[in-house]
Design a protein. Structure first.
Length: 271
């Protein structure tokens, strides 16, 4: 392992050690996910019963409920507030300016600090979804894709988490100029919640789907979940994953531009 790679690996290792240190907090964070999922299932099953419809957003009840479950698990691995809190600490204290002279790239260091736990949680999600097949032993309906689709789902979720990081990173870097972006962040978070497909599939109406399809937010949740449910062809899945990659590169480039300008501003002000 090269000396440069070893530095970033040490950052990842330190983040995993933090999870080990705060076992109770980590266990509670895992516990809240099934609680949220059960509440969402209860809400939507009730909606189906009251409305007396057999499908919604182009999906029957069983598939729709499965969508809600997988969407919640995928969104659980996004780390928007971790990005905000850590970057706020770096910029507010002025320690970000120290990376002008240190032999590491700030963006990479920041990425590994935030995303180490996200990737660990993704691994947990993969295991949970695979173990979900045990539900069939109890006579419950459970959809698990073919190995090819599941492999594409794994790659797509990784890109979804990375895309979420670079998007939130770009917004948070505005703190170089405005001091805090709490209000902007709240608006942005609401838009993401709506157009990512986390709460409800973007296929709920044709018009809404048309709007959401041209925005990057759908690739945070909707794209990987529809791949898991095998609601798209292999070709379409690969196309959407290519679009995911394109948005990642675009936001990464934008973040790099904003960071360079922000660091210059910080240096001029004396850090």
């Amino acid at each position: 392992m090269s000396p440069t790679a070893a530095k970033y690996f040490r950052v990842v290792w330190m983040e995993f050690r933090k999870l080990h240190e705060y076992k109770f907090d980590f266990a509670v964070s895992l516990l809240r996910i099934p609680i949220h999922v059960l509440l969402l299932i209860l809400v939507w099953v009730t909606v189906f019963d009251i409305s007396q419809v057999d499908q919604m957003a182009g999906m029957p009840v069983s598939v729709f409920v499965m969508y809600i479950i997988v969407a919640r698990l995928v969104s659980y691995c996004q780390k928007p507030w971790d990005v905000y809190d850590l970057l706020f600490e770096y910029i507010r204290k002025g320690t970000v300016s120290l990376f002008l002279v240190r032999p590491v790239r700030f963006s990479l260091l920041f990425f590994f600090r935030v995303m180490s736990s996200a990737f660990f949680q993704l691994a947990i999600v993969y295991v949970v979804l695979a173990m979900g097949n045990l539900a069939r032993l109890a006579g419950l309906q459970y959809h698990f894709p073919s190995l090819l689709y599941f492999g594409l789902f794994m790659v797509s979720t990784i890109m979804a988490v990375v895309l979420g990081f670079v998007m939130y990173y770009c917004i948070s870097l505005a703190m170089f100029w405005v001091g805090d972006v709490w209000s902007v962040w709240g608006i942005w978070d609401g838009i993401v919640l709506l157009f990512s497909g986390e709460v409800i599939p973007i296929t709920i109406t044709p018009g809404f789907y048309a709007v959401a399809s041209v925005l990057p937010f759908r690739h945070l949740v909707f794209t990987p979940v529809f791949i898991f449910l095998e609601r798209v062809s292999i070709t379409e899945a690969l196309v959407q994953m290519s679009v995911q990659l394109g948005w990642i590169l675009a936001f990464a480039w934008l973040a790099n531009v904003i960071l360079r300008k922000g660091l210059r501003k910080t240096a001029v002000q004396g850090g």
